[in-house]
Write a protein that binds this ligand. Structure first.
Ligand code: KG4
Ligand code: ZN
Length: 348
């Protein structure tokens, strides 16, 4: 079975083709970073319009790269939520229409399920059950995963998501949008331990997160330190490092706790922030110390992409799921409300 996947939930237009036998045949992403940079963040209406402009040519390109004609496609998967409703409707409308025109089934995929299953596109493939840390611009969630669609939410952020905290702190430091990668790059130059930010909510039991307070620490540090230090650029790098270390260590502490409680030795990380190098290194260390292992998608599949949607859609279509001619975009959609489809992922 060969599935076309479409992602348009936010500011990346992603398209891919996943084949049950041959694996990922092609994937392309068009990023809207330049479009939104002038506004310092995503402008929903501009995002929708750009998806409309980019999606059809991108589908043509991916079909050509995958050497696939419409007759070769057995199903269409698109992101149905969560995300920006106007942006979602572009992918959902075109995806559902293509499936109807081609006479194949379609399926609306949960964006976070896409992220969560993305590590299964890599070798070695983590076997179920495992724990998943989902860290993106909109979500920070710890999930116990028994199989595709069998998710139990163990903890989540009570305020800002990890990626959101990176983006807001980057803004405070005067870095360009999107802030996460820029802050991580600046932190490389920072002196570790020059400033120490708190590790929020690690002094009490539980697996929830809170990252909004770190913004205040960054704001105060910028106000106090940039005024008193002459080496302004180094001071900014030191603050970036303190912030990054605080987020990374907090995530590591909570994951260690979750892994211990669940008694599993496999942890997967997914979502944009899982591209962060320091986070990966510290999670590797923590899991190796327990005789376990951490798994990640390649960096380009950590951030939003069509491959994860094609793959998640393939899992569900191959299990016989499909939708009627109507479709829905669901801006809010709890991950643990999804139906389970069994314990074995179909990795082709
Ligand atoms: O998964 P994603 O592409 O989109 C959402 O579903 O939200 O995640 C985007 C988030 C942004 O907040 C971005 O700043 C953050 O991931 N991000 C990073 C890094 N790369 C992307 N944060 C920290 N370090 C990175 N290297
Ligand atoms: Zn995402």
């Amino acid at each position: 079975m060969r599935v076309l996947g479409i992602e348009t939930s936010c500011d990346e237009t992603g398209v891919a083709i996943y084949d049950g036998d041959a694996g990922l045949l092609a994937h392309e992403v068009h990023s809207q970073v330049d479009l939104h940079a002038a506004y310092g963040g995503v402008v929903p209406e501009l995002a929708s319009r750009d998806h409309i402009r980019r999606l059809t040519p991108l589908i043509r390109l991916v079909m050509a790269r995958a050497d696939s004609a419409p007759a070769d496609i057995d199903g269409v998967a698109y992101t149905a939520g969560p995300g920006l409703v106007g942006a979602l409707l572009v992918g959902a409308g075109l995806g559902r229409s293509l499936a109807w025109g081609w006479g194949v089934p379609s399926i609306g995929v949960h964006h976070m399920e896409g992220h969560l299953l993305a590590p299964l596109l890599e070798e070695p493939t983590p076997a179920f059950p495992f724990l998943a840390l989902l860290v993106s611009g909109g979500h920070t969630q710890l999930v116990q995963v028994e199989g595709v669609g069998r998710y139990r939410l163990l903890g989540e952020s009570v305020d800002d998501a990890a990626g959101e905290a990176f983006d807001k702190t980057a803004k405070i430091l005067g870095l360009p949008y999107p802030g996460g990668p820029a802050l991580a790059k600046l932190a490389e130059l920072g002196e570790p331990g020059r400033y120490v930010f708190p590790r929020p909510m690690t002094d009490r039991p539980g697996l929830d997160f809170s990252f909004s307070g770190l913004k205040t620490f960054a704001l105060n540090a910028v106000r106090d330190e940039l005024a008193s230090r002459t080496d302004t650029e180094q001071a900014k790098a030191d603050i970036a490092r303190a912030f990054e270390d605080a987020v990374v260590e907090t995530l590591v502490i909570k994951c260690r706790r979750a892994v211990q409680a669940a008694g599993v030795e496999r942890l997967i990380l997914a979502g944009g922030v899982s591209a962060n190098r320091r986070l990966r290194a510290r999670m590797d260390e923590m899991m190796a110390g327990r005789g376990g292992r951490a798994f990640y998608p390649r960096p380009e599949l950590c951030t939003d992409n069509g491959a994860m949607i094609a793959f998640a859609g393939y899992q569900r279509l191959a299990a016989g799921e499909q939708e009627p001619l109507t479709f829905t975009a669901r801006p809010r959609w709890p991950l643990d409300s999804l139906p389970g489809i069994g314990v074995e992922a179909q990795t082709g």
